[in-house]
Design a protein around this ligand. Structure first.
Ligand code: ATP
Length: 235
């Protein structure tokens, strides 16, 4: 589905990513792990076209995306739940979901999507008409995931969904997102600093340090990996 090969990118003259290669297969949950400033968000921004790659390729379902616009990439079905959510906080939950259904197909299927999103997040159904800015942080994160799902993603990118949320809410959100992905065969690229939580729901993971992929293994192997344990889990 997604194949990133030797991706290099940065900001101005500062190179941040050095030959990043990673892969997400259909229905697979892939974690991108690393500490603050490692280059996780930049990787995601380069995949979604917000940061231009200086070299390397991003192939999605056979199509080269590295030199394409964000809009084109979005239209291919790569939808991101951004770090910090970036919701329309003055709008209702329903309106936010509606904004997520930007394509013709997503608009046509919106009623259906709304139903499965509310099934996954029953709280949002109750809060359908509430102004999003007045929801709790956890509920807002649910809206952010639901809005992305309303766009009918083929690849869903979650950037730090755990940020500022209580651990049990993070578990709920990750579990639901992964369940929906499995049910709909959506690939998920999960960027997370909370490595334990990320590995618990992922199939495969990449560890990024200083803009380099230093390790890639199945989630099970990463959980047992000595470097991961020492550097990230404090054990
Ligand atoms: P975090 O978990 O803290 O979000 P990250 O792994 O996602 O970290 P990035 O946000 O990708 O890391 O940042 C990687 C490097 O790029 C950092 O050194 C950061 O200072 C730099 N950087 C990020 N955004 C910009 C920007 N807009 N302009 C210049 N440098 C940036």
């Amino acid at each position: 589905m997604l194949k990133v090969n030797n991706l290099c990118a940065g900001y101005g003259k500062v190179q941040v990513l050095w030959n990043i290669s990673l892969e997400v297969k259909d229905g697979q949950v892939v974690a991108v792990l690393g500490s603050n400033g490692a280059g996780k968000t930049t990787t995601v921004r380069t995949i979604t076209g917000m940061v231009k790659a200086s070299s390397g390729s991003v192939i999605f379902n056979g199509e080269e995306l590295a030199d394409r616009s964000s809009r084109f990439i979005l239209d291919q079905g790569i939808i991101q739940v951004p770090e910090g959510r970036q919701l329309f906080t003055g709008m209702t939950v329903y309106e936010n979901l509606e904004m997520g259904a930007y394509s013709k197909e997503a608009k046509a299927k919106f009623a259906e999507t709304e139903e499965f999103v509310y099934e996954a997040f029953p709280k949002l159904k109750e809060r359908r008409k509430q102004i999003t800015g007045t929801l709790s942080g956890g509920e807002q994160q649910m809206v952010a995931v639901a809005r992305a799902l309303a766009g009918l993603p083929k690849l869903l990118i979650l950037d730090e969904p755990s940020l500022g949320l209580a651990p049990n809410i993070v578990d709920d959100i990750l579990e639901i997102a992964v369940h929906l992905a499995r049910e709909k065969n959506i690939g998920i690229l999960l960027v997370e600093q909370d490595i334990t939580k990320a590995l618990a729901v992922s199939d495969y993971g990449y560890v990024i340090e200083n803009g380099h992929v230093v390790l890639e293994q199945t989630a099970e192997e990463l959980e047992k990996n000595e470097h991961v344990k020492k550097a990230y889990l404090g054990i």
